[in-house]
Design a protein. Structure first.
Lengths: 201, 78
């Protein structure tokens, strides 16, 4: 399964807030082809100004059989809304296509080189170049996570209430439990179009 | 950075014997402007070391709410 298909699972979800370590993990394990273990590592020393979190997929050989172990590291030096969002975003990489995976020394260094640039450059996908596709998907995974944590069905119910002024943005953030900037992205007029594009990727 | 230094970084990310690194990704931090390569690499290495040493172990981040609510009911009240 691809991440694009995975977000479709949550498109009609109405129960909020979603828990990335319960609902999202459970759905991934149900749809991942093969043996997979997902563990979370809350890290109180990880500097969220440099790195909010990390995804690592290890292939482990046991009794002549390979299985996969996804290790999700989350900085606990950041707001809980961010911790939850990072935990979801990093899980999206379980579905990374082989072309988007990073494992060689060269690819790791290229990824770091792309991501350490200023945020406006990270957000400019056209600047990535041919060797920057894994880094581009690293950024795109934020949108996949937003689509999962704030499902389309819930968004479509909430948006008219926000427009009518009977629900505030802060109330929506409290309902969803992810950073305000991503809630604003999902509530934006452009989101349905972007959501459709993400599903088609 | 020397080739040796870069290889060390990759080496610090593997899980040890019988394990292969299949994929690694990062969530860039909030720092405005460029993050120096040295700072980024140091954070990657330190995070790996904390896991290897057992200082950082498997755990959970707190739940946002004790219970979920049905958004259809929430908007019905607004």
């Amino acid at each position: 399964m691809k991440a694009s298909k995975f977000i479709g699972i949550f498109a009609n979800w109405f129960e909020l807030p979603l828990d990335p370590q319960v609902h999202v993990k459970k759905a991934i394990l149900e749809h991942f082809p093969g043996r997979l273990q997902i563990d979370f590592f809350p890290d109180a020393d990880l500097n969220p100004e440099i790195m909010r979190g990390e995804f690592k997929m290890l292939k482990i050989k046991e009794h002549d059989e390979w299985h996969r172990h996804a290790q999700i590291t989350v900085s606990t030096k950041q707001d809980l809304k961010w911790q939850r969002f990072v935990a979801c975003k990093e899980q999206m990489h379980v579905f990374d296509a082989p072309d988007n995976r990073v494992s060689s020394s060269k690819a790791v260094n290229t990824l770091i080189e792309k991501l350490r640039q200023s945020r406006d450059k990270v957000e400019n996908l056209e600047s990535y170049g041919a060797d920057g596709i894994p880094a581009a998907f690293d950024y795109l995974a934020e949108f996949y996570a937003a689509a999962v944590m704030f499902p389309m069905a819930a968004r479509n119910l909430v948006r008219p209430k926000v427009d009518a002024g009977t629900m505030t943005l802060d109330e929506v953030v409290d309902l969803v439990g992810i950073p305000k900037s991503y809630v604003e992205d999902v509530l934006a007029d452009s989101w349905p179009h972007l959501h459709s594009a993400l599903i088609r990727l | 950075m020397s080739k040796h230094g870069k290889d060390d970084l990759r080496g610090s990310l593997t899980g040890g014997e019988g394990m292969k690194l299949e994929n690694i990704k990062f969530f860039r931090g909030s720092r405005e402007g460029e993050i120096s390569r040295a700072d980024f690499e140091a954070e990657v290495r330190a995070a790996a070391e904390r896991k290897k040493s057992g200082k950082v172990v498997v755990g959970n981040i707190p739940a946002w709410k004790d219970k979920t609510v049905d958004v259809r009911e929430v908007v019905g009240k607004n």
